[in-house]
Design a protein around this ligand. Structure first.
Ligand SMILES: N[C@@H](CCC[C@H](N)C(=O)O)C(=O)O
Length: 303
């Protein structure tokens, strides 16, 4: 089977937009060229990525992670088969997984009441998504620093050049588990000045490519949950270019900011992105939670 005649649903999480379609038995052949054509803003439908909604068990034959999950986590019935706008595969998408669950509910593929939790299969393993009214909170798993203790001590392990920002800036690599390099700038104006039409240049060159987050720490604010750190962020995504938001990127940005602040840094963070706001919580044991909205916008049928 091909994507021809297929109904696609357009959805987004804080402006990070996706095309989703249901292929329960993983019968549709999806190739990178087709995905890139669909995601094209001018020649296609337009999106930052494409998400196939397939049963984990059905993907087991072709995806080693799905095969493992089908055995170890049978509760993860549905698998988020995520592709970037250029057709490349990615391990995880933090905004995408919330939209994925919103879609499963809307399509009647699952029922999920307020406060209930659903297991979702992803290339980064099983992720637990909790419904919180009209929003969703995702247990993203553990963060890690590919540069190890030394990078965490220095707060950097890379040099990043971004058009519009002067000089090469120190960046900190964070795996969520997809790759991110986060750099701090001094003002919101500097965040705005970044020209992300051109891919940022990272040294040493990351073997599998990377997402790059430009972050301005805006201080802390008192909330009913206690003191919360606030960040302004823009992102250049591997495989998609600049997007309005990146969930794993917001997690990486909050983690980097926490590392840079050191002792006394807050656990909770508000991350403002061009498409809205997401919330991140970093637990002392390195588990990360991401929360935010997820919307479905329209259905289109492909010719
Ligand atoms: N927008 C996503 C991340 C999508 C994958 C990323 N471009 C990659 O290749 O790692 C998110 O919300 O996390």
């Amino acid at each position: 089977m091909t994507l021809r005649g297929q109904r696609l649903t357009k959805g987004h999480g804080t402006g990070n937009d996706f095309l989703l379609f249901t292929d329960p038995d993983a019968e549709i052949a999806v190739n990178a060229q087709e995905v890139a054509a669909l995601c094209s803003r001018h020649h296609g439908v337009g999106a930052d990525g494409v998400i196939r909604v397939a049963r984990t068990a059905a993907l087991a034959a072709g995806e080693s992670v799905a095969a493992r999950l089908a055995t170890d986590h049978p509760e993860a019935e549905w698998f988020m088969d995520y592709r970037n706008a250029d057709g490349s595969l990615a391990e995880m998408c933090g905004n995408g997984v919330r939209v994925f669950v919103r879609y499963l509910i809307a399509e009647g593929l699952v029922t999920l009441g307020d406060g209930e939790i659903l297991a979702i299969g992803t290339r980064a393993g099983v992720k637990w998504v909790k419904r919180d009214g009209e929003e969703f909170a995702v247990a993203m798993g553990l963060w890690s620093a590919p540069g190890g203790e030394e990078a965490l001590r220095l707060g950097a392990d890379a040099a990043v050049e971004v058009d519009g920002i002067e000089g090469a800036r120190p960046g900190l690599s964070i795996a969520m588990p997809n790759p991110h390099v986060v750099l701090a700038v001094a003002s919101e104006e500097e965040v705005a000045a970044a020209n992300l039409l051109r891919t940022p240049r990272v040294q040493p060159v990351p073997t599998d490519g990377t997402n790059v987050e430009i972050v301005h720490p805006m201080g802390e604010t008192e909330t009913p949950d206690g003191l919360v750190g606030v960040l302004r962020m823009r992102v250049h995504e591997r495989g998609s270019g600049e997007t309005q938001s990146c969930g794993t990127g917001a997690c990486a940005a909050a983690i980097a900011a926490r590392v840079w602040m050191g002792e006394g840094a807050p656990e909770r963070w508000i991350v403002h992105v061009p498409g809205g706001t997401v919330r991140v919580r970093i637990w002392p044991d390195a588990q990360v939670e991401l929360a935010g909205p997820a919307e479905l916008v329209a259905d289109v049928t492909l010719r």
